[in-house]
Ligand binder design. Sequence first.
Ligand code: NAD
Ligand code: IPM
Ligand code: MG
Length: 347
Amino acid sequence: MKIAVFAGDGIGPEVTREAVRVLEALDLPGLVLFEGDVGGIAYKRHGHPLPAETLEIARSCDAILFGAVGDPDCDNLERHLRPEQAILGLRKELGLFANLRPAKVFAGLEDASALRPEVASKIDLLIVRELNGDVYFGEKGIRILPDGRRQGWDMMSYAEDEVRRIAHVGFRAAMGRGKKLCSVDKANVLETSQVWRDVMIEVAKDYPEVELSHMYVDNAAMQLVRNPGQFDVVVTGNLFGDILSDQASMCVGSIGLLASASLSDGKMGLYEPIHGSAPDIAGKGLANPMATILSAAMLLRHSLGLEAQAARIEAAVAKTLADGIRGGDLGGSHGTAAIGDAVLERL
Ligand SMILES: NC(=O)c1ccc[n+]([C@@H]2O[C@H](COP(=O)([O-])OP(=O)(O)OC[C@H]3O[C@@H](n4cnc5c(N)ncnc54)[C@H](O)[C@@H]3O)[C@@H](O)[C@H]2O)c1
Ligand SMILES: CC(C)[C@H](C(=O)O)[C@@H](O)C(=O)O
Ligand SMILES: [Mg+2]
């Protein structure tokens, strides 16, 4: 079992360290970890945010545990050299098109949600976000118009096959849960979304047990706050899924709690918290490592088939929270390492 560990920038190394401690504590036979540089640190050391040697490590491993990338010092670099290209490059190069972002309120944490406890307590949803297409990967540029104005442009598109494969992921996920799938789009305005919706309806024929609904993204943002308990599985495109998952994180209490799995057709997957490098708290030992620890659990489940060990980590995190151990993001005073210690004690 080879796992690549790409910690990245800002709080990335801080939160990844705790997740690695948890993985090591499980004493998994044959587990070997390989570290690699990504993001701003990789640019500073190798001149590129996703160096060839890092990509090689990724390809030679069964799964990747990823921290976060992003460095304000790099925000003025040419786009292809910016830290964020590391995560976008890995997603594309490894064909990681299906991003699972579960959001569930932990027992005892209802009061930490930005929503009323009785609304928050009903949240148990899964966002299935397409990760290889959309406006993220279309042609883009900045041009000078004939009248001298600067114009930025980004091409948004989805081809039928790109939608079809994520639709199947969404329907299969719904089959394993509450059999409800809500497809979120903007078909009242965008042709990209019209194709998206048409394909969702077509694929639904293969899953007669799943109740498919459609929602415009602006309404979905509102419904996620009004009544998040109505959602089981949400399937959506790359951009809408990015935004709605950050929103869902505050509905359950903190962005420091939401894990993710980015999956391909095979067993290879990349696992990362949904948050970024948090430059505002980096280096202070304040970051909540739970999202990364829970991402490690998803890694064990989805790429290595170690369900019991994944559940063990999740139970330890739930117990830690139930015991009132919280980081500053949840109104508590525990730092990154103290939270890591607390999870390890409960493993
Ligand atoms: N996958 C990734 O690597 C990823 C994801 C999102 C953003 N980014 C990058 O991260 C950088 C910062 O972006 P941003 O500020 O918009 O988003 P962010 O997620 O890094 O931070 C947003 C806010 O949430 C807080 N926060 C985030 N994670 C936390 C944690 N684990 N514990 C406690 N508080 C936490 C931060 O302190 C900040 O106030 C940018 O360069 C961005 O491009 C990278
Ligand atoms: C850093 C950025 C490219 C990334 C995204 O937009 O996908 C991040 O926000 C995420 O949610 O993983
Ligand atoms: Mg995001």
